[in-house]
Structure formats: C-alpha cells, structure tokens
Design a protein around this ligand. Structure first.
Ligand SMILES: [Zn+2]
Length: 279
C-alpha cells in the first residue's frame, strides 16, 4: 500500500490544540531558515528532548501531540553552541534518515513555525500578538484581531488521454523528477477553476471530466494540496510554458518508471494511474 507523508498509522496525530507544560521526554523543534536541530542516534535523526534544552530556552510554544508525545517550538539562542551531538540539518534532503512520524511532525511544525514567525505583531495595529489558550490562534490584546494559521489551497492535476498521462518537469527547482501540473488557487476561484486554468497556462490544453482524488497537507509551502484527475478535451499538442516547465509529455502507463516515494500526493496519483485504477 502506497503511503504519503501524512500516513503515520499506527501512530496518531492529534490536531486538537491542548497546550500543556512540557514533560522532560517531550520533543522540541528549533528551526533556522530551512534547517532543524537534530541528532544522529546511531539509527536515525532525532529531535532534542525538552530535558536536553530546557536550561537554554524560555517557555516553548505547544504545537501538537502525536501518540503520547507533545511537540513544542522554541528558539535556540544564537550565541549558544548547539547541545552536544546536535547539528542543523537541512529539511529537504534527509527524509530517509528519519522516522515516518518525524517527517510528518517536521513538515507540520515548520508550517506552524513560519506562521508564528510571520505573525509576531498584529497586522491591524502593530501590537505584539499572544497565543490563545484554547485555540491554535494568535490574538491581539490591543485591538482583538484574531489570526488563524494560513493554509493555502493548491491543486495537483493528472491529465489523462486513454492509457497516457501528462507528466512534466519543472524549471529551476531542486526537484528534477517527474511531476504533474500544479498551482495555487487564486482569490475568487474554485479548485476546479484552478485545475482548468493551470492546465491551460502550463501546457495549453483543455480538460473535462474532473474527478477529485484526495488531498495532502504540505507544510513546507503552507499548502493543502487537492489532487484531481482530468481527461483531455480536444487536441493533444502541448504548448509548454517555458518559464514554469522545462519538459512535458504524454507517457503510457507501461512506460512509467517511477518508484513509490512514500511521501507525495503526486507520486501517489501517478502510481494509481500506473496500476490502472484511474484514467
Ligand atoms: Zn491589533
């Protein structure tokens, strides 16, 4: 069974906001840019326990609970050396060295860290904001402004033509593998509008028979990805947007040479097509 980054069963992510004081064995996230403080324990990269860093940090911000463990966000003092054995690890490149739970926790914590960092002050009056005690929300004590986490919807589209699927490669990104058409939903659009617009903008094609496949939180970019399959409607000649894509083409199911990555919705959709479950 294919998995995605959010599939951590039998572990359980508790989304409810239940702040509690940290226990010694709870975990702390420290981010600097796109790096995170972690230690190699001989088998995997792991986060610091609260007990290991408590002396160096103030009251950490509660994030969420997975199984029995609560996860917190804090800032590690710039002037201090990292604790013994800990280093700053790039968020993107070391997924294979981490447990499934940590990969998911890290993406979610990063999403929250970006949001907390961008909302230290009220956008209406400039006062310093405070975390609410009941909800995952920031509150302005002066003007009452309430600020909720920002989640940006975006679509992933598998365009099909019988036994063929349209796959693309992006310009100027680290990720060189095959992808599907993707893009952010704009103000005033439905997700279906986004599907039609992005396919037209990126490859100049029209689509019909839109079907919803599934969704995925993608915290690295504050997204909620919505996956759709759509069938080609009309001519199949691709007119590539060279600023966005370096390559796009039609691939037969049998030609798809892409192993399951256990992470992304894109890969999950391509695998479902390869197996003949979607068209
Ligand atoms: Zn305010």
């Amino acid at each position: 069974m294919d998995q995605m980054i959010q599939d951590i069963f039998p572990s359980c992510y508790q989304v409810a906001y239940q702040p509690r004081p940290p226990k010694p064995e709870d975990k702390c996230f420290f981010f600097r840019g796109r790096t995170v403080l972690e230690r190699w324990d001989g088998e995997a990269l792991v986060l610091p326990d609260y007990a290991a860093v408590a002396a160096h940090i103030g009251q950490p911000q509660f994030l969420f609970i997975i199984d029995e463990t609560a996860y917190y966000l804090a800032e590690y003092p710039n002037a201090l050396e990292s604790p013994e054995g800990y280093e700053w690890h790039d968020l993107r490149h070391e997924r294979s060295k981490k447990s499934r739970v940590l990969c998911f926790a890290e993406a979610t914590a990063y999403h929250l860290a970006e949001w907390y960092g961008a909302n230290r002050f009220c956008g209406q009056c400039g006062e310093r904001t405070q975390p609410d005690l009941v909800e995952r929300m920031l509150r302005c004590p002066k003007c009452g402004n309430l600020i909720y986490p920002k989640i940006a919807p975006a679509v992933i589209v598998a365009v099909t033509r019988g036994d063929q699927i349209l796959m693309t490669r992006y310009q100027g990104r680290d990720y060189k593998g095959y992808a599907l058409i993707a893009g952010f939903t704009e103000i005033g659009e439905t997700a279906e509008d986004t599907v039609r617009r992005e396919v037209m903008e990126e490859v100049g094609l029209q689509v019909k028979d839109l079907r919803y496949y599934g969704s995925q939180p993608w915290g690295a970019d504050a997204n909620l990805l919505l996956g759709f399959f759509a069938r080609l409607d009309g001519p199949s000649a691709i007119h590539l947007d060279r600023q966005e894509l370096s390559q796009a083409g039609w691939y037969h199911r049998d030609e798809i040479d892409l192993p399951p990555d256990g992470v992304s919705l894109t890969n999950h959709m391509i695998q479902a097509f390869r197996r003949g479950e979607w068209d």
